[in-house]
Design a protein around this ligand. Structure first.
Ligand code: ZN
Ligand code: ZN
Length: 213
């Protein structure tokens, strides 16, 4: 198993940046869906490799907190102590120290209800392109490499989604375009379609990618 994972990882590295080769970089034989132990092993394998030869990029954002990394796309929740001028954690604070100017966009009730009805592959087909676009646009591709890989891999392991459902959801929830990467990941974690083991692994991997584990 470990060997297979390594192969996936290496293939992915080689093909990074060449979008049209993506599907061929993900062997269909790797099908671990709904198998939490397997998915945990997968993440452990990634993290093990990570420790060996992967340097986490460091944002040049100066004297801010750990939680501010990736601001405004993937930073932690805003630090209320910092807001009142008494955060003593400084650089080690896990919360964001940079202000957000744009108000948080939200789905309305009908949009939320529709979203909750979507299956796993439908949610990923809807959300993943936005995550990839925003990571690319905000220089987060390297930092979010493993998270994006995990999501792509999940999507290719699932039966093909109903395209009409995806198109319908895209038309009804255009506001997704305005969601930050952090909020898009949150949407996946809130979706009832995914097994809890997958969502925990996703959170672990995202936290680790952002130096917040
Ligand atoms: Zn922020
Ligand atoms: Zn703080």
């Amino acid at each position: 198993m470990a060997l297979q994972y390594q192969r996936t990882f290496i293939n992915f590295e080689e093909n990074d940046g060449t979008r049209n080769q993506r599907s061929s970089s993900l062997p269909p034989s790797l099908n671990c869906k709904a198998n939490d132990a397997c998915s945990e092993k997968y993440v452990d394998g990634l993290l093990h490799k990570t420790g060996e030869n992967y340097e986490w990029p460091i944002d040049a954002q100066g004297n801010t907190s750990k939680g501010s990394l990736g601001h405004p796309e993937v930073c932690g929740r805003f630090c209320i102590r910092f807001f009142y001028g008494n955060c003593r954690q400084g650089e080690n604070c896990e919360f964001g120290h940079l202000a957000h100017r744009e108000p948080k966009v939200k789905m309305d009730k009908a949009q939320r209800q529709l979203f909750e009805m979507l299956g796993e592959a439908e949610v990923l087909s809807l959300v993943l392109p936005h995550i990839e676009r925003r990571c690319g646009r905000n220089g987060l591709n390297r930092r979010m490499l493993f998270v994006i890989h995990m999501l792509r891999r999940r999507l290719t392991s699932l039966p093909h989604p109903d395209d009409n459902h995806v198109l319908h959801a895209r038309a009804v929830i255009p506001i997704l375009r305005k969601f930050t990467v952090a909020r898009l990941l949150e949407l996946i974690r809130q979706s009832p379609a995914f097994p809890s083991g997958f969502k925990e692994d996703l959170k672990k991997l995202a936290d680790r990618s952002l130096g917040r584990q």
